[in-house]
Each structure stands twice: as structure tokens, then as C-alpha cells.
Design a protein around this ligand. Structure first.
Ligand code: LMR
Length: 353
């Protein structure tokens, strides 16, 4: 009896050993060899959230940045891009960045102005005559001072990206004269200066997030908006607001921002990878934005339901004259030295100021 018991126990032990060996072999074989899995503990992930589509100046720039960083860090730094506001919208992305839920965002400059009123300098209307001047403003002396301001809110500023000139899109009638703004509901990004801009024009400015905008236009809560051609096209706004005035009256650009604790936690070589990647893509990003807005213009011009309008010299002068007090408004609420600095940066491109 004893002999049978010992034999049974020994058989069971042998059986379990064989089964566990087979299980180990099976698990090992089931995992394909993947060198990216090696050293996962050493990998750094940067979650980058933004609100627009991938095929836009910001969407393309975020993807290019991810690619450059991966190459330069030899796969050590992985930038995970979340477009279309799938993680956070423009109302809560700054808070998410600050509390460390994500590591990077690129909000429009206008959306940072509640926290940093001095940034409204780049919201001022009729500052820029051409794209070279925009490039000078986004990558010259002023840009360094603007990025430094971010330390006030414990955010690390990395760079600026361009989208381009804002135009006016309207649901019902074309907007060309100042009188046509009278009582018009116009969407603005959250910036006191942009609200003031439409107050001066006699319109009714309504501040709303990018993600809520489509619905509000659909419900007739908003009839017009100022935005770039790439945003009007990629988000389909032109289907509801098909009267587009090519006014080039203002700039839409982005601050590229990182959670400060996260930045401080990176070693020097990782920080260099990030700054060098952004530096290397500065010109590319700018030209990509210009090109994409041109392509979208052509696509919209090919659409028989969209009508384009331009401003005559006289109409442009009328807008500029009506908006002139906004410069004093900025001097009161912002930083007048930034405006002087901006003129100097622009002057370097054409000597006109
Ligand atoms: C908008 O709200 O219209 C833009 O800020 C969207 C964007 O990020 O380009």
C-alpha cells in the first residue's frame, strides 16, 4: 500500500514538473522576439494631446516631432500623439498638463492668454503682412520672452508652431464691411483681446471650445467665426459657413508646452533630443503650415458651395481704423515692451517698421 502511495505521489510530481516545463516553453515561444520590448523600463513615454485632426499644421507637426524624437533617441523616447481632443479638449488640456496626466500640449496662443495676458500681443489684428513676418515673430527675440513667461504658471515652454492667417467664415451673408458685423454672433477663442476685437466691430463675440463649435453653428447659436483655412476645411466648418472672407486679419499659432516636473526629470541627453528635434523642424513646420493652407484654399475654391470674398483697400482700412483702439487695450492689459519687441523682430524681415 505504502509502495503504491509513494509511486502515485512521485508520478504526480513528475507530471506537474513536465507540465510546468511545457507551459514555460509555450510562453517563451508565444512571445515574438521584439527588440523594442527590451529595456522597456528605460523607455520614456511622452503623451501629447491636441484638439485638431492629424492632417493639419499642428497634427502634422506633432507626428513629425514624434518621429524625430524616436530617431534621435534611438527608440528610447516614445511620443504618443492623441489628436482630435480624444483625451482632453482645449478647456481642460492645460490643467491635465499641469497635473501631469499628460506631458505635452500645443494650445493656440489665444487659449493661453487667460493665464498669461501678455501673450495677447500675438492676437492683435493687422500685425503681419506676410508669412516671413509671422516666422520672425514666432522664432525671434519676442518668442524667447514669451516662452520664459510660462515659468509663472510652472509650465516648460519649448517652441512655437504656426498655423497661419485667420479668415472670416460666415453662415449667411458675406462679411466685408464693418457694418456687416453689427449684432453678428461670432465665435472667438478665449482671449479678452479677441472679445474686444469683435466688440469694437459691433459684433457679439461668443467664446467656445473648438470641439463644441460645430454643434453651436448647427444650432444657429453662432453665425460666424475667425479661423484658418486649414481648420475651416479639416473640421468641415465650411459646409455650414460657406461665405469665406480672405481677410488675413490675425494670426493663429501654437505654444508647444511640456509639464515642468516631467521636463526636470529628464536627463540632459533626453532634453537635448527634444530641443534639437523642435529646432530642426522649425522651418519645415512653418512651410508645411503655409503649404497646407494653400492646398485647403484650392480644395475650398473647387467646391461650388463655397464662396470667397476679399476686402477692398478701403474696407481693409475701415476694419483697421475701427480696431485701432485695441492697441491701447493691449498696452493696458499686456506688456507694451513685447509689442516693441515684436515690431523689432518684424523689422528685421523687411525694414518697414
Ligand atoms: C480653435 O479653437 O479654433 C483652434 O484653436 C483649434 C486649433 O488648435 O487649431
Amino acid at each position: 500500500m505504502r509502495f503504491y502511495l509513494i509511486t502515485a505521489i512521485a508520478t504526480l510530481i513528475i507530471l506537474l514538473t513536465v507540465l510546468s516545463f511545457r507551459q514555460n516553453v509555450w510562453q517563451t515561444n508565444a512571445l515574438p522576439y521584439d527588440d523594442e520590448q527590451l529595456g522597456l523600463d528605460d523607455q520614456i513615454t511622452i503623451n501629447f494631446s491636441h484638439v485638431v485632426a492629424e492632417n493639419t499644421p499642428k497634427g502634422l507637426a506633432a507626428d513629425k516631432f514624434a518621429q524625430l524624437v524616436k530617431e534621435k533617441s534611438q527608440g528610447k523616447i516614445n511620443v504618443q500623439v492623441y489628436p482630435n481632443g480624444i483625451l482632453y479638449n482645449d478647456e481642460n488640456e492645460l490643467a491635465a498638463l499641469k497635473n501631469g496626466a499628460i506631458q505635452m500640449i500645443a494650445p493656440t496662443i489665444s487659449k493661453m492668454t487667460e493665464a498669461l495676458p501678455s501673450w495677447q500681443v500675438l492676437d492683435l489684428p493687422f500685425l503681419f503682412e506676410n508669412e516671413d513676418q509671422i516666422y520672425a515673430a514666432l522664432h525671434g527675440e519676442l518668442s524667447k520672452n514669451l516662452l520664459a513667461e510660462l515659468s509663472i504658471i510652472n509650465v516648460h515652454g519649448l517652441s512655437f508652431w504656426n498655423n497661419g492667417f485667420k479668415q472670416i467664415a460666415s453662415k449667411i451673408e458675406p462679411i466685408q464691411t464693418v457694418e456687416q458685423f453689427q449684432g453678428l454672433t461670432v465665435r472667438v477663442m478665449p482671449s479678452d483681446l479677441l472679445v474686444q476685437q469683435f466688440n469694437l466691430l459691433g459684433a457679439q463675440p461668443i467664446s467656445t471650445t473648438f470641439n463644441d463649435l460645430y454643434k453651436k453653428i448647427q444650432n444657429n447659436e453662432i453665425l460666424a467665426q475667425e479661423n484658418t483655412l486649414s481648420n475651416l476645411y479639416s473640421k468641415g466648418f465650411y459646409k455650414m459657413q460657406p461665405q469665406i472672407t480672405l481677410s488675413n486679419h490675425g494670426l493663429l499659432a501654437y505654444g508647444v508646452l511640456m509639464n515642468d516636473d516631467f521636463w526636470q526629470s529628464l536627463d540632459e541627453s533626453s532634453q537635448n533630443v527634444i530641443t534639437q528635434s523642435l529646432k530642426e523642424m522649425e522651418r519645415w513646420q512653418h512651410e508645411q503650415a503655409v503649404a497646407l493652407n494653400k492646398i485647403n484654399l484650392q480644395q475650398l475654391q473647387d467646391n461650388p458651395n463655397v464662396t470667397f470674398h476679399s476686402l477692398s483697400e478701403l474696407q481693409r482700412e475701415q476694419w483697421a481704423k475701427t480696431l485701432q483702439p485695441i492697441y491701447q487695450f493691449y498696452e493696458n492689459i499686456g506688456n507694451p515692451q513685447f509689442l516693441t519687441q515684436l515690431y523689432k523682430d518684424i523689422e528685421k524681415t523687411n525694414g518697414n517698421f
